[in-house]
Design a protein around this ligand. Sequence first.
Ligand code: DX5
Ligand code: ZN
Length: 210
Amino acid sequence: AVEAKIAPSMLSSDFANLASEAERMISFGADWLHMDIMDGYVIASLRKHTKAYLDCHLMVTNPLDYVDQLGKAGASGFTFHVEVSKDNWQEIVKEIKSKGMRPGVALKPGTPIEDVYPLLEGENPVEMVLVMTVEPGFGGQKFIPDMMNKVRTLREKYPKLDIEVDGGLGPSTIDEAAAAGANCIVAGSSVFGDPEPGRVISLLRTSVSK
Ligand code: DX5
Ligand code: ZN
């Protein structure tokens, strides 16, 4: 089975204390730190303080412009949007790999899952698909349950793929996402807004693993 990866979204953290916020999440049992980009400078400054896997989600229109910068800054995963890379995704994926990062592709709620299929085939496939469960932009939005059809379809086709969900995930939505087949869970407000973030992180992990 696929492994659970719990990724607190640092967009909901206290930016003035990014290093200690990151350390706190790792001590609570987080696997990855989800970074909504932002720019390479933030990654580089956090990288100085942590060895954690930095799961970077590029909500930008020209991802190719960021590959070199993020590679040098110490990003671990580089996930770009399919909507802005129809013509050059092969080049983007090659660049990401050459900088030692792990390539992923994200899709917005209005984008059909079929659009990512080409990126999962051929000699340079992406290694993760991020299914957005809210419109990209900010934390604290409501989970869109219809997106679980995309996750289910993808899981049936690719049993071993890392499938990440992002937006509105927390104790009340995790079971639905896990049942559909998501294994990488981004959670911002539900983790940072809880008095016991460690409890939420382990609850998310338990739901994915059962
Ligand atoms: C939304 C971002 C998310 C966001 C999630 O555009 O991609 O990573 O921080 O926040 P929550 O978990 O609060 O919906
Ligand atoms: Zn994100």
